[in-house]
Design a binder for this molecule. Structure first.
Ligand code: DHK
Length: 151
């Protein structure tokens, strides 16, 4: 059984498409999910979004037991959530931190990611295209680690 790639999204990302389009673009979260599934091909994907920290932590715990890799855009929780960092520290597989915008070109409050302290790699500033990019990178990381990647 191929363990899925978990794609987890934090607060306000449910509003993609309408949320500050000059920063986040006009792609909706549903369209992002479709992009991820297309990029994953036959590899299973669990795609979720929540505005609640506890739900994201619960999904990380689920991934610890059942997931191959985690792609996470914690959104605003990126900079504040030690519980999310602590949960990610328990995950044995690759972690890709993802941001639609380049957080380092934005206001100071967005410059200090807690998640970067554990992430295998970081993708920021590629817009919504960063998501399929992250899935492709994750498939490569899993292949490198010897995880079975369907042809
Ligand atoms: C999304 C958010 O909601 C912000 O809080 C982050 C991130 C940036 C993004 O670019 O995807 O700072």
């Amino acid at each position: 059984m191929t363990k899925p790639i978990y794609v987890l999204n934090g607060p306000n990302l449910n509003r993609l498409g309408k949320r500050e389009p000059k920063i986040y673009g006009t792609t909706t979260l549903a369209e992002v999910e479709a992009m991820c599934r297309k990029a994953a091909g036959s590899h299973p994907v669990v795609f979720r979004q929540s505005n609640a920290e506890f739900e994201i932590i619960g999904w990380i715990h689920e991934a610890i037991d059942d997931g191959a890799g985690i792609i996470i855009n914690p959104a605003g929780l990126t900079f504040t959530s030690i519980p999310i960092l602590d949960a990610l520290k328990m995950f044995p597989g690759p972690i890709i931190e993802l941001h639609i915008s380049n957080i380092h070109r934005r206001e100071e409050i967005y410059h200090h990611s807690l998640v970067s302290k554990i992430a295998t790699t970081i993708i920021a500033g590629a817009g919504a295209r960063g998501y399929p990019l992250a899935v492709t990178a994750m498939l490569g990381l899993l292949a490198d680690a010897g995880e079975r990647i369907p042809a």
